[in-house]
Write a protein of this length. Structure first.
Length: 320
């Protein structure tokens, strides 16, 4: 089989979702990593089919930070799964970094870090992420040991004033543990189940139990957090971008649900604008995606979670 076919088999995904890579690992003496990165928007989002390490065969599958779910239907209504418990945390507005382990051809385990859609951590036009992370590793010398201590990959958020997106933070640069990803099956390990050492987790926003109304909780949480949000310089906000819900379903599976609270005001304003035309909507979407002030994840959240339900409610359908 070809490399592409091998990668598709490893990740059980159509080859059209795979992007080849051949990159040095900056945390392991620049050893070369070759394989394919998955862009399918599900639990395999950002996953790696690593085929060779330093030119030698070492085929393995590496799950990464999965695609988060939005609890909105196309009609704008909420669609939550059955909830046994749910733990709510502030959605930090920064850059996702995954700490993961891989095995070389000699069977040696190596630890490295990656961006959402990159097999390794690197500096780019979006920011000096590698330099920032090295700085945070010096601040948290116990961080590299956390993946082994928890026996899973770890997803972090790197955020702060120097890595600014929409939210203006007082802190200069910081890291927070988000959750774990089990290497065997991509299962999410919630933050309250992890040992995080000196690295904090995202601020807690409370919890729900079976029988609680998630929609009512969202509405009350939205009102509470929106009262805290204030305009800041450079078209930013002080406050929070939203919330991430870690929902433990009755069968024990943990799923992630993102509720971008800061966009509900925009959603409401659009709902009041009953004479939007399809062409104007397309222009708005293009302006959002191309705005340099928006990170790719932020633009995606705005378009997917907020515009689509509102436009559907006004009768605008996606054009093929």
């Amino acid at each position: 089989m070809t490399d592409l076919e091998d990668a598709a088999t490893l990740l059980d995904v159509d080859a059209k979702f795979l992007q080849a890579f051949d990159v040095p690992d900056p945390f392991n003496d620049e050893v070369r990593l070759e394989g394919f990165l998955c862009q399918r928007p599900d639990q395999r989002y950002g996953a790696l089919a690593l085929l060779r390490v330093n030119g030698r065969p070492a085929p393995q599958r590496i799950f990464a930070t999965p695609k988060l779910h939005y609890p909105f239907g196309k009609d704008g209504s909420f669609h939550f799964p059955a909830i046994h418990t749910a733990h709510l945390y502030e959605k930090l507005d920064g850059t996702n970094v995954l700490a993961y382990r891989y095995t070389d051809a000699e069977g040696r385990t190596r630890l490295t870090y990656k961006l959402r859609l990159s097999p390794v951590l690197r500096n780019s036009k979006w920011g000096p992420f590698l330099d920032y992370w090295r700085e945070l590793l010096a601040r948290h010398p116990d961080l590299p040991a956390l993946t082994e201590a928890n026996d899973c990959h770890l997803s972090f958020e790197m955020y702060g004033a120097r890595n600014a997106h929409l939210i203006a933070y007082d802190t200069d640069l910081a890291a927070a543990v988000l959750f774990g990803v089990r290497a065997a099956d991509a299962a999410v390990v919630a933050p309250f189940q992890l040992r995080t050492g000196s690295v904090p987790i995202a601020p807690s926003l409370g919890s729900l139990r079976a029988g609680d109304d998630p929609v009512a909780r969202f509405q009350s949480l939205r009102e509470e957090l929106e009262r805290r949000n204030r305009p800041a310089a450079d078209n930013k906000l002080t406050g929070t971008e939203g919330a991430v819900w870690y929902v433990t379903e009755p069968g024990g599976r943990v799923t992630l649900w993102i509720l971008p609270l800061t966009f509900v005001i925009l959603c409401g304003l659009l709902a009041l604008t009953t004479h939007l035309e399809a062409r104007r909507v397309r222009v708005l979407v293009r302006m959002t995606v191309r705005n340099r002030g928006f990170s790719p994840a932020l633009a995606e959240a705005l378009v997917a979670a907020e515009l689509a339900p509102v436009l559907a409610a006004h009768g605008f359908q996606r054009q093929g």
